[in-house]
Write a protein that binds this ligand. Structure first.
Ligand code: KIV
Length: 263
């Protein structure tokens, strides 16, 4: 690993855009790493794009550990973000700690969990014990059944809660926050208010960085990809070329464009 949480913070401060991409196996991790992506998220989206489930809810700790181990063998430069799956951190902060340790022992450098203010005590507990934590707010796919589907979050009165969530996780010590499927103006305001990096997915161009699901951006997911993704294979000859184009479009501010963002 040569990209660290310190690198990401410096990039935010310098106004350099941060690139994240998901990967779940050795070969793609190697390709994504060599294409210059700053961080590889071993997301629980693996439940959908690798396992064929409708949601990430069925993903287990054993699944996350297995895919994190595969990615760790393929990547040498990118920071690896392990994703705590549904049910692996909500019972208690001790449960979260034990499972975060398992992901880190599998090769993750940092971990991600879903939730804002409700996860503040857990984030503090992990950070105090040496774990770098990224929060994930807005559309939190593990709560898809509670949210009533994969829907835009944070419109109208709900914006205030999202801003409080973002401030809460920063104060708890999170090194970053993923903003998923929220209005671009709200994401811009959160990005402005926080000193930690925001990583957007369907959150507009003003975030400090962007993340996409690899299978969506390669156009190989057989089901419908979200509006906020872009098929980079459409204009590339090779998979590595597609990933390099994603990196250069994020760095140059061309992605996400208006059609990938929400008002
Ligand atoms: O699991 C995942 O891939 C994610 C991204 C959508 C941010 O959480």
């Amino acid at each position: 690993m040569s990209v660290t949480v310190t690198t990401l913070k410096k990039m935010k401060d310098a106004g350099d855009k941060i690139t994240w991409l998901t990967a779940y196996d050795y070969s793609f991790a190697n390709l994504v790493d060599e294409a210059g992506v700053d961080a590889i998220l071993v997301g629980d989206s693996l439940g959908m794009v690798m396992q064929g489930h409708e949601t990430p809810v069925p993903v287990t700790m054993e699944d996350s550990i297995y895919h994190t181990q595969c990615v760790a063998r393929g990547s040498s430069n990118s920071m690896i973000v392990g994703d705590l799956p549904f049910g692996s951190y909500q019972v208690s902060k001790e449960q979260a700690y034990e499972n975060a340790v398992r992901l880190m022992q599998a090769g993750a450098h940092t971990i991600k969990l879903e939730g804002g203010e409700l996860q503040v005590e857990t984030i503090k507990f992990l950070v105090e014990r040496g774990i770098a934590v990224c929060a994930h707010i807005g559309l939190t796919p593990q709560s898809v059944h509670q949210l009533g589907g994969f829907k835009i979050q944070g419109r109208g009165a709900a914006a205030k809660q999202l801003l409080e969530d973002a401030i809460g996780v920063e104060q708890a010590g999170a090194f970053g926050v993923v903003l998923e499927a929220i209005p671009q103006d709200l994401a811009a305001e959160i990005t402005e208010r926080l000193s930690i990096p925001t990583i957007g997915i369907g959150a507009g161009p003003k975030c400090d960085g962007q993340v996409l699901v690899l299978q969506d951006m390669l156009g190989i997911y057989p089901k419908k990809s979200p509006k906020f993704s872009k098929n980079y294979m459409a204009a590339a000859d090779t998979i590595k070329g597609a990933v390099q184009n994603y990196v250069s479009e994020v760095k140059g501010g061309a992605f996400p464009a208006a059609e990938h963002s929400f008002d």
